[in-house]
Ligand binder design. Structure first.
Ligand code: CAA
Length: 258
């Protein structure tokens, strides 16, 4: 894996850990970080030896948003011509399951990056918000859409219009966060969840992810139909035979991703 300036990439078996590494700027998401993180994640996604990705930041900040210093002088036409932030969309198209392990500030683009992941595991120190309105702008990496789908209009309007933050407890109650863990255990817990996912049948895990994500894009009837067709198709996998045989024989399954 090549060397990066703004992230650290570590392999732990079938799990890859990507750590945002701009501590002095509270991991503010500049263009370099966006390219490096998205590029590294795509490279890992293409690798059949990757079963799960974990994206994390520091104790103090997952990410305090898009880099305000970098954006401040930009013009509208420049943002449009460069299609600023569109690279982030590629993160939402990864097929490998992803986990955001969030401690400290997850604001603006930081909250949006966490919401681009499949599971959001939060330390009890995590704080979430979309404070862009206080800068005279609005969310630009999908925050107004994904936050609303995650927590509903009432909370999303509150966060996007007042710029206030939610602590981990409020965020979990609202449906943004999958689990809260003590800050000291964040990485251990996130990696344990990632390892468990990485041991599953990769095609079954990918299909489960695809099925859940389809719920956000379609009607209930079409979504259930799509799920049913995927469900039927998994019976063509050797892993289905292995998973069910292992259950019957009271042993651990050995999935071969076939
Ligand atoms: N962009 C660039 N630099 C940032 C940054 C950001 N989003 N957030 C923090 N930093 C920098 C600070 O400028 C500061 O740098 P210096 O030491 O060189 O002055 C350093 O990180 C530490 O920050 P603070 O001194 O402010 O730390 P604090 O503990 O007092 O406050 C904070 C922490 C409340 C998170 C505060 O830094 C803050 O409010 N940050 C901005 C949050 C924000 O508005 N995010 C949204 C950005 S816009 C966006 O994300 C658009 C989008 O939808 C994609």
């Amino acid at each position: 894996m090549s060397a990066y300036e703004t992230i650290l990439v570590e392999r732990r078996g079938r799990v890859a850990l990507l750590t945002l590494n701009r501590p002095k700027a509270l991991n503010a998401l500049n263009a370099r970080l966006m390219e490096e993180l998205v590029g590294a994640a795509e490279e890992l996604d293409r690798d059949p030896d990757t079963g799960c990705l974990v994206i994390t930041g520091s104790e103090r900040a997952f990410a305090a948003g898009a880099d305000i210093t970098e954006m401040a002088p930009r013009t509208s036409v420049e943002m449009y011509l460069r299609d600023w932030f569109s690279a982030w969309d590629r993160l939402g198209r990864l097929r490998t399951p992803t986990i955001a392990a969030v401690a400290g500030h997850a604001l603006g683009g930081g909250c949006e990056l966490a919401m681009l992941c499949d599971l959001l595991i939060a330390a009890d120190t995590a704080r979430f918000g979309q404070p862009e309105v206080k800068l005279g702008v609005i969310p630009g990496i999908g925050g107004s859409q994904r936050l609303t789908r995650a927590v509903g209009k009432a909370k999303a309007m509150d966060l996007c219009l007042t710029g206030r933050t939610m602590d981990a407890t409020e965020a979990e109650r609202a449906g943004l966060v999958s689990r809260i863990v003590p800050a000291a255990d964040l990485l251990t817990e996130a990696l344990a969840a990632a390892e468990a996912i990485a041991r599953l049948s990769a095609p079954a895990a990918m299909m489960a992810k695809e099925a859940v994500n389809t719920a956000f894009e379609t009607t209930l009837a079409e979504g259930v139909h799509f799920e049913r067709r995927l469900f039927h198709s998994v019976f063509a996998f050797a892993d289905q035979k292995e998973g069910m045989a292992a259950f019957v024989e009271k042993r651990e399954p050995e999935f071969r991703n076939e």
